[in-house]
Design a binder for this molecule. Structure first.
Ligand code: SF4
Ligand code: SF4
Length: 200
């Protein structure tokens, strides 16, 4: 079974937020909710200052603290490593939101969406927006991946800062790329073993 992951090259990210918007449109996410955000950091003082952009999303952790705390088994990991939330089972208790050390889950408080029929206009309308009261997060665009496509954020990135694929795929295995550029996951001390790694 293929195992999926993403490598983000921070040096290539120009902070355009094309990925943020592509994700919002793809998933028709509710108001104020973004499954991916581009965080910004400034270091130093002018004129010797530098701004770094860090595209953040669910890390689809190998050891996800959000999954075992879910009392209804709404949070689960697919065989291919994608961590999902079954919105029909989610009771919105917030245990997973508290458990995620990356702050990558949120409860839907305002269910108004971009497309008012509650569905996206892309990929067979497969991905209905999550209803009010449930926890929601990035799902690695599994509806696209299942059709052989890459996530919307990856397809949209104008600088190819985001690379999606199989860790041990026959073509361009992510594992080789990660080793070559010493890609690292965020917060390694949490022991979550993220499937999203960063090249600095
Ligand atoms: Fe769960 Fe957070 Fe890891 Fe995503 S980043 S799998 S929500 S612990
Ligand atoms: Fe960075 Fe690419 Fe997202 Fe633009 S689309 S903010 S370059 S990751």
């Amino acid at each position: 079974m293929a195992k999926y992951g993403m490598i983000v090259d921070i040096k290539k990210c120009i902070g355009c937020n094309a990925c943020t918007i592509a994700c919002k449109v793809e998933h028709n996410t509710p108001n104020e909710m973004h499954y991916t955000q581009v965080l910004e950091y400034e270091e130093g003082e002018f004129p010797n200052s530098k701004r770094t952009f860090l595209p953040a999303l669910c890390n689809h952790c190998e050891n996800p603290p959000c999954v075992p705390v879910c009392p209804t088994k709404a949070s689960y990991t697919r065989e291919d490593g994608i961590v999902l939330i079954d919105h029909d089972r989610c009771i919105g208790c917030g245990a997973c939101i508290l458990a995620c050390p990356y702050d990558q889950r949120a409860r839907v408080e305002d269910d108004r969406t971009v497309f008012h029929d509650g569905k996206t206009v892309f990929v067979n309308n497969a991905n209905a927006a999550p209803p009010k009261g449930v926890a929601a997060k990035c799902d690695f665009c599994y509806h696209r991946v299942d059709h052989g496509d890459v996530p919307a954020c990856v397809e949209t990135c104008p600088t190819t800062a985001r690379i999606f694929g199989e860790w041990d795929g026959a073509e361009k295995p992510l594992r080789e790329l990660a080793a070559k550029y010493e890609a690292k996951g965020l917060l390694p001390e949490k022991g979550t073993e993220p499937n999203v790694l960063y090249i600095e």
